[in-house]
Design a protein around this ligand. Structure first.
Ligand SMILES: NC(=O)c1ccc[n+]([C@@H]2O[C@H](COP(=O)([O-])OP(=O)(O)OC[C@H]3O[C@@H](n4cnc5c(N)ncnc54)[C@H](O)[C@@H]3O)[C@@H](O)[C@H]2O)c1
Length: 273
């Protein structure tokens, strides 16, 4: 591909933890990478430029997205919080971003959804891309909202959507739950690459490494070309006893997010026996 044909990509949440894992890929594969964050972010590669703005401010977005081919959307509040935090950071921002991307004729939105969109499924259940969401938190609801927005803009306006229900991304898995839902930084970067190159209209996939204990059927990602290189399996012996003290957290895929504030009859879920 000649340099002229390489895409212009906007990376939101560029100052955050996960964005650092995809910046080298984007810098190598793109003509220009616009690093968007509400916090300052320092360009490192020659084709990176910084664009400091909050996605809640729709007036900033036409300039951010002008001429862009794709968006890799990682900005957001990444854990549970009250609605007055979640709504602006993860709902209004998403509505603004997709609407501005449509107006700018962006072709693809590759975005960070979360396992917490499905966190109220029991760990004994294998879930796939087509199963109904079961968010475990206000945060999880905001990810379901984003998936719905992506579906609308893909199916009605032709803006391709690639939603990654990310498990937990860190250099190594850290506890027993991550034996199921950990994703390595390089597998996450590979999945973003699949989102940039594969043929789809509106895809939901799981951001997870090749873990034997996975709760997820990730056929959709595999069909699109994802081949995870890493696995949490070698950490099994070291981590399998590192479980939550709360049986409810151990029962649900969402772990502590699912157990927090839970006030239904726990015996319904057979979790304390
Ligand atoms: N870290 C994980 O393992 C994990 C797992 C599942 C999903 N995710 C999702 O991946 C994304 C990135 O997660 P992270 O761990 O890198 O989080 P992070 O908090 O390290 O990074 C998020 C970045 O987004 C920026 N940001 C937040 N709201 C913004 C706004 N309205 N406008 C502009 N910038 C804004 C923040 O300043 C921050 O730099 C999040 O959407 C998170 O929900 C992360």
């Amino acid at each position: 591909m000649t340099e002229q044909r390489l895409p212009i990509v906007v990376l939101t949440g560029a100052a955050g933890r996960l964005a650092q894992h995809v910046r080298p890929l984007l810098a190598a594969a793109c003509r220009e990478v616009r690093l968007c964050d509400v916090r300052p972010v320092t360009p490192q590669a020659g084709n990176e430029t910084a664009f400091q703005c909050a996605l809640e401010d729709a007036s900033q977005l036409p300039a951010l997205l002008a001429g862009a081919d794709m968006v890799v959307h990682f900005a957001g509040y990444p854990r549970e919080a009250a609605w007055d935090v979640i709504l602006p950071a993860n709902v209004a921002s998403v509505a603004n971003l997709w609407e501005a991307a449509r107006a700018a004729r962006v072709q693809r939105m590759i975005y960070a959804s979360s396992n917490h969109a499905m966190g109220l499924y029991p760990r004994a259940t294998t879930v796939g891309s087509e199963d109904l969401p079961r968010p475990d938190s206000r945060y999880g609801v905001s990810k379901v909202f984003m998936e719905a927005v992506a579906g609308l803009y893909a199916q009605k306006f032709g803006l391709k959507g690639f939603g990654m229900r990310i498990g937990h991304c860190s250099p190594e898995p850290l506890d027993a739950r991550m034996l199921s839902h950990w994703v390595s930084p390089r597998d996450l970067a590979q999945l973003v690459r699949v989102g940039m190159e594969a043929d789809y209209d509106n895809a939901i996939v799981y951001g997870v490494s090749d873990n034997a204990r996975t709760w997820w059927d990730n056929t959709r990602a595999h069909v699109l070309g994802y081949r995870p290189q890493d696995s949490a399996d070698p950490y099994r012996e070291a981590l399998q006893d590192k479980v939550s003290s709360d049986p409810l957290a151990e029962h649900f895929q969402g772990g502590d997010f699912a157990a927090a504030e839970f006030n239904r009859d726990r015996s319904l879920f057979d979790v304390d026996r």
